[in-house]
Design a protein around this ligand. Structure first.
Ligand SMILES: Nc1nc2c(c(=O)[nH]1)N[C@@H](CN(C=O)c1ccc(C(=O)N[C@@H](CCC(=O)O)C(=O)O)cc1)CN2
Length: 300
């Protein structure tokens, strides 16, 4: 049988925007409850260094979404020429600010700045990107911390689409600290059997072809071919690359969408799949961080 809403031989589309909207409605209600209990609103500080156009768009979207859900948004824009010391001083100031529950430094940072050192400087309790080694360690140890936004969004989409994940064979293609590594840990915690593939993996096509779940996070346009996908697999595409086609720039994922749709049971589109969930899971993490800091029970 095909997944709900799909035509025979065509994968169901996993609608990330709809899932993000539903999660956003729940968060907005919980923000009101938080404000009722504490007399203040959860606060998210976003730091942008430089003028990368895509990063500017993402930072604006994060601030807009935080305000829309009733949170405080603090936006800090620093010039590309900022020193490592000044950036670290801003992070220290945000760590000490009681109105700030979540801190996010937009990546990538301009050349010359050490992003790992900046991430390590963030108070792990306010690290709503879930990238601090303490939070990565909590995730690997099965302890409650803050989980990186994109993989958390992917896991939510997978659970919505598949229900139970236990026992499924999953492959994650890409081993970044932002997506690949935490994604593999989340799937392991959900009792999948996980392969973490990367640029040196031998026979990637064969390994993808044995997976019930494929999470593609390589950052290379359409490199996962449709014919590699196991019939009936569920495909989550994290990639966003712009490619020139028919005289226009098109946004495509890491997966050959048209080919994969003929074999998969369900697939995320690009745009409109994982991306909107990345922004909403950041809001979810900010609310979790705020509740923990206020000593309120964790959210469901
Ligand atoms: N500190 C961080 N930096 C970066 C992260 C992150 O999670 N934390 N992730 C990415 C960028 N990113 C959020 O920061 C992000 C990327 C894409 C989208 C999104 O909604 N994409 C749309 C398409 C948008 C377009 O047209 O270009 C979609 O897929 O539908 C949201 C957030 C790297 N940096």
């Amino acid at each position: 049988m095909t997944a709900a809403g799909s035509l025979p031989g065509r994968a169901a589309i996993i609608d990330g925007r709809a899932h993000a909207d539903a999660l956003g409605a729940r968060i907005a209600q919980q923000v009101q409850d938080f404000a009722g209990h504490t007399g203040r609103r959860p606060g998210l500080a976003v730091v942008l260094v430089g003028t990368d156009p895509a990063s500017e768009v993402y930072v604006r979207s994060k601030g807009r979404m935080a305000r829309k859900l009733g949170m405080e948004s603090f936006e800090h824009v620093l010039p590309e020429t900022v020193s490592q010391a000044d950036l670290l001083a801003l992070v220290a100031q945000l760590n000490a600010d009681d109105a700030v529950d979540g801190i996010l430094v937009q990546l990538p940072l301009p050349q010359g700045l050490d992003s790992l050192a900046v991430i390590e400087a963030i108070d792990p309790a306010k690290d709503v990107d879930g990238l601090h080694p303490v939070n990565a360690g909590y995730l690997a140890s099965g302890l409650p911390g803050l989980v990186s936004c994109t993989p958390l969004g992917c896991l939510m989409l997978l659970k919505e689409s598949l229900g139970e994940l236990a026992g499924l064979d999953a492959i994650v293609v890409g081993r970044s600290i932002l997506v690949g590594k935490p994604m593999a840990q989340l799937l392991l915690a959900a009792n999948c059997t996980v392969t973490l593939a990367h640029s040196r993996t031998v026979d990637l096509a064969g390994k993808v072809g044995r997976a019930d779940i494929v999470v593609a996070a390589v950052g290379s346009a359409e490199m996962i071919r449709g014919e590699w996908i196991k019939p009936g697999a569920t495909v989550i595409d994290v990639g966003t690359s712009r490619v020139p086609r028919d005289g226009k720039n098109h946004l495509v994922g890491d997966v050959d969408f048209a080919g994969a749709s003929l074999r998969a049971r369900a697939i995320t589109p690009v745009p409109g799949g994982v991306g909107p969930m990345t922004i909403m899971t950041l809001m979810h993490n900010t609310l979790i961080a705020a509740c923990r800091r206020a000593g309120l029970p964790a959210l469901s």
